[in-house]
Write a protein that binds this ligand. Sequence first.
Ligand code: BGC
Length: 744
Amino acid sequence: MRLGRTNLLRVGAVILSIALLPAFAQFNPQPKPTGPWMNASLSPDERADLVMKQMTLDEKIRLLHGTGMFGLSPMSPGYEASNGGAGYVIGIPRLGIPAIQMSDAAYGVRSSGQNGRYSTALPNNLASAASWDLKAAYQYGALIGQELRAQGYNMSLGGGVNLTREPRNGRNFEYLGEDPILAGKLVGQVMTGLQAQHVLGDIKHYALNDQESGRNSVNVNIDKRAMRETDLLAFEIGIHDADPAGVMCSYNRVNGDYACENKYLLTDVLKKDWKFKGFVLSDWGATHSVAKASAAGLDHEEPGEIFYGEPMKKAVESGKVPMSELNDHVHRILRAMFATGVIDDPPQKSVVDVVHGFEVSQKIAEQSMVLLRNENSQLPLDASRVQTIAVIGAHSDVGMLSGGGSAQVDPPGGNAIMPPGKGATRWQEHIWFPTSPLKTIQAKAAKAKVEYDAGTDLDSAAALAKNADVAIVFASQWVSEGMDLPSLTLPDNQDALIAKVAAANPHTIVVLETGDPVTMPWVNDVSAILEAWYPGSRGADALANVLFGDVNPSAKLPITFPKSEADLPHLKIVTPPPASMPKFGPNTWKQIAAGLPAFQTTYDEGLKVGYKWYDAEHKAVLFPFGYGLSYTTYSYSNFKVEPGSDVHVSFTVANTGNRAGAEIAEVYAALPAGTGEPPKRLVGWSKVELNPGESKDVTVQVEPKYLSIFNVEKDAWQRVPGEYTFMAGPSSQTLPLKDSVNLQ
Ligand code: BGC
């Protein structure tokens, strides 16, 4: 029999595939799972119990730690199978338990560049909080979950929800603002959207990691009531709403103990009071002991096995760590894996859906940009009338800024301000995404002359501005993990640039790309200010849509912009004395693991975080929490407060302008005198979409906890009987509706 050419090729392919079978098997290391724990109709707890009965001590220990990170700890043999993310936990193939492949994923999947992949950058987390939009938060998490799966990950390290207690904190851009209810509700939706994609989610950094300076040695002193009602409340709400797989404990100490061996935080509050069912994993290098950490409630060490590898095994064998405690750690990890579906529906690598990512990212960016000032309706620009536009500063010809550290997403093609091929993302480099405002502005105003000036030479920038109909100045403030800002002043002489351009052109619009608030000595000299944050992969498209009115801005500030640093609760961030810093070198991580000498900071502003501080201290601010303008106007009327266990607050919002828009209507409450609370707190909100002339009745249901205080003696939340004043309106400082009721 003669074989034709096609058949020969077929036979060849079959022989080749047989020869390559072992190699393919290596790339698909999970055998088809069997065993009663694979019965998806059982509960995640039952399934975890069943599989644990089959596990050896070594297999149990294997789930309790990562496998290393360069320079940090011994690499386990299985490390090579890591997908290239920040964490890798070896699975138990014989039982069908997959490896846990963790990737940082705050505003998109990290390290995709170095792994030869692509990820979408969403607007940074603080930006997304400015949308106050729970549906957008769900989509935010869902997109990250989808892209994690496409890249072969089954766990996200995102969900940062530390409160903006310190506005100069370098990581605020990764968090969700200064209010615990807003931040908690949003992170709950981000996690729900993410875990719906069958990806393990985590919420971090638990707790009070509110400054980066000396984060490995600082001891945060704060009283229990203050922590429960502020930072911890954000975690409590998020965990309640999302049942996340993981909670990452933070680097710092809290009231004496490291967060990752803090029994009060991990066991008393998180696991007992909040009934958290998932597992606690340490921040990278934040584990400091075996028995103490284990007894306190730490379930899993990352990224290595300094404590939870061999030393944990010995501790269990010698009885220092009871078997029941070890089993609880293991059970929590397995339960989370069954509950989120990573065992029943493991990720399949595929090409990231770039187009979908762009759409979601742009939509959220459009809902996140906050219009802070708009004198004489400077905005929106009329594309048919404007003839010359000067675009100035902040590399706005080629890109828009992103936030750094472990949250960093890699831009396609590399850093937009570097020559092609030279822009690899490096730790703490300022990374600009290739989304060019100059181009999108020019595309909108097709007939106008749009010219760019880098803004480095003030005279040249002013000269360009002088001859233009409008000048759009871009100003940026870069922030990152591992640093705090020295001040809230825009760096690199940008205040002088804005002042000079504003003096040259009465139609000056400032676009801010910042991760923290900034001070604005020129605020009254410009005609419009738009806070665009770090707007992600499609930032410039979203921006142009807002500038030209295709999108009516609706976002509101999730943080206060103070007038000056002199108004902050702490004039300076307490920084670590040199003795408490690790010596840099190959043993840095060992020193950190052994524990660095503590230095103290005291968060004595206590309950007064963010707007609550400025309210209580009667300090005028630049732009208040909850503030943001629109191209239309709204009115509020018909206030009604119905007391009960849940209080119902109703009112009417009307669109009194001539553009469709979405108004974020905010509800605040003042607690009875004598409770020792700040003047008011946000207790709910509603985002109301309204056509011109339309009005809608809104009801906001206020949960009892949002009207309660934490009673330390009773160790419980308590609604204090007395007079409660409810207020509603467009910002924390403009509350036209007000009524008081007595509540029991
Ligand atoms: C950060 C975490 C991050 C981890 C892994 C740590 O330095 O604090 O937020 O998830 O590294 O990259």
